[in-house]
Design a protein around this ligand. Sequence first.
Ligand code: AMP
Length: 138
Amino acid sequence: MPSIFTRIIGGEIPCHRLFENELVIAFLDVNPLSPGHALVVPKEEMAELHMLSPESAAALGAAVAHVAGAIMKATGAAAYNILQNNGALAHQEVMHVHFHIIPKYQDGRGLALTWKPCAIDHTAAAELATRVQRQLGA
Ligand code: AMP
């Protein structure tokens, strides 16, 4: 079953397209948090970011920066957030990789965050960093 974003890429479902190249498409979110809220989507159909090919991931990163700049100029927004959810537990609803670009306005429209940091445990952090480095082959 193709994702709804694959159907948009295929032209089967309409969208307000902002940008497209061989590997990526960007369009306005149909239920925006603020004016200019956009999604940047790789044409490669993968559910989560780490599953993408390096080519898709690189094209996606470049497109996010490119489109974000255009949205900032076009909307006059004061700032913006980039949001990228992976997995239902992390609030991903559409299981096809996408970055949100969410303009933030002086009146508060945009992404509202709840951020609850805690103090780092340096012993545990050093062990974890070693485990991740091993996964990275470093
Ligand atoms: P996420 O929770 O990160 O998976 O967000 C999925 C986003 O896709 C939501 O913000 C939806 O409003 C958006 N969305 C779903 N269907 C469409 C569509 N047909 N066109 C544009 N945006 C969509």
